[in-house]
Design a protein around this ligand. Structure first.
Ligand code: GDP
Length: 299
C-alpha cells in the first residue's frame, strides 16, 4: 500500500491514462498501440524502451490472438514486469558479512538521505552499521550525514572538509574492523565536472577498499533521481564507465509522474535497480521487486 501511494503520480501518468485510452477503443488495433506508445514516452520510459515494449505488445497480442481491449491491459502489465526484470538479483549483495557499500551519485539526487535510510534499514535488521563521510568537498555533506547518523543511531567517521576521501574511507575501514561492524556505508563526492576527475577519485577509494577490506562483500550503489527522467540515464552511463556500479537506488519516485524512467533504466543499463525512494522519511526506502512494482502501478 505504501508503494502504491508512493507511485500515485506515476499511476496518474501511466495507468490512469492507459485505462482511459483502453476504454475508448473497441478492438486492439495499431491506433490504440500508438496511443499507448505516446503515454509511455510522456512518462519518461524513453524512446528505445518504449519501442521495444510496443513491439512486444504488438507481437504477443497477435500470437495470443488478443483482440479484446480488456485483455491488453494484462498483457501490457506482463511485458512491463519482464522489462523490469533483468534476471539479475535485485537484492543488496551484503552477504557474507562484513560488507561495504559505496554510494555514488551527483549532488542533490538524494544520496545522503538514501544512506541514512539504508543505515536505518540495516540497523532494524539487527546489523552493526558505520557511516563514512567520503564526500569531503562540501562541509554541508558531512554535516548532513551526521544529522542522519544521529537520527538513526549510527556513528559517522569524518575528516575535515577538503581532506582526501580515500583517507576517510581508510580510517572508516580500520574503525569497522576494530568495532566488528557488519555494514560500512561510504558516501563519496558528488561533483561530476568531468569524467577523468570522477574516475580518479572513485578509483582511489576503490583501491583502498580492495587493499584494506578485500574480504568484505561489496556493493557500489548509484543513486539516481527519478524526477530528472531521461537525464538520470545519461548520468548512469557516465558513472558506469568510471566505476563498477552494482545496483541503482532510484529516489523521489513519490514526487514524479516520470516513474516510467525505471523501465528505461532497467532495459538500457544492464544494472539492476535495487532500492527505491518513495518519500523523505527514514522508512521511505523499499526493496525493488519488479512484480510488486508493476502490481502497485496497475493494481
Ligand atoms: P544529496 O545531495 O544527493 O546528498 O541529496 P540529499 O540526500 O540531501 O537529498 C536532497 C533532497 O531530496 C532532500 O530534500 C531530501 O529530503 C530529498 N529526497 C531524497 N530522497 C527522496 C525521496 O525518495 N522522496 C522525496 N520526496 N524526497 C527525497
Amino acid at each position: 500500500a505504501r508503494l502504491k501511494e508512493g507511485l500515485t503520480k506515476t499511476r496518474q501518468g501511466i495507468t490512469a491514462r492507459v485505462d482511459q485510452v483502453l476504454k475508448s477503443y473497441k478492438k486492439v488495433d495499431e491506433e490504440l498501440l500508438e496511443e499507448i506508445e505516446e503515454i509511455l514516452i510522456t512518462a519518461d520510459v524513453g524512446v528505445n524502451t518504449t519501442m521495444e515494449i510496443i513491439g512486444k505488445l504488438r507481437n504477443q497480442a497477435k500470437e495470443r490472438k488478443i483482440t479484446e481491449v480488456e485483455n491488453l491491459r494484462g498483457l501490457l502489465k506482463e511485458i512491463l514486469a519482464d522489462t523490469l526484470d533483468l534476471n539479475k538479483s535485485h537484492e543488496l549483495n551484503i552477504q557474507p558479512l562484513p560488507a561495504i557499500i559505496l554510494v555514488v551519485g551527483v549532488n542533490g539526487v538524494g544520496k545522503t538521505t538514501s544512506i541514512g535510510k539504508i543505515a536505518h534499514r540495516m540497523r532494524s535488521q539487527g546489523k552493526k552499521v558505520l557511516l563514512a563521510a567520503g564526500d569531503t568537498f562540501r562541509a554541508a555533506a558531512i554535516d548532513q550525514l551526521e544529522i542522519w547518523g544521529n537520527r538513526v543511531g549510527v556513528d559517522v567517521i569524518k575528516h575535515q572538509e577538503g581532506s582526501d576521501p580515500a583517507a576517510v574511507v581508510f580510517d572508516a575501514i580500520q574503525a569497522a574492523k576494530a568495532r566488528k561492524i557488519d555494514v560500512l556505508i561510504c558516501d563519496t563526492a558528488g561533483r561530476l565536472h568531468n569524467k577523468t576527475n570522477l574516475m580518479n577519485e572513485l578509483g582511489k577509494v576503490r583501491k583502498v577498499v580492495e587493499r584494506e577490506y578485500g574480504e568484505a562483500s561489496k556493493e557500489i550503489l548509484l543513486v539516481l533521481d527519478a524526477t530528472t527522467g531521461q537525464n538520470a540515464i545519461q548520468q548512469a552511463k557516465i558513472f558506469k564507465e568510471a566505476v563498477d556500479v552494482s545496483g541503482i537506488v532510484l529516489t523521489k519516485l513519490d514526487g514524479t509522474a516520470k516513474g516510467g524512467v525505471v523501465l528505461g533504466i532497467s532495459s538500457e543499463l544492464d544494472i539492476p535497480v535495487k532500492l527505491i525512494g518513495v518519500g523523505e522519511g527514514m522508512n521511505d526506502l523499499q526493496e525493488f521487486k519488479p512484480n510488486d512494482f508493476v502490481n502497485a502501478l496497475f493494481g
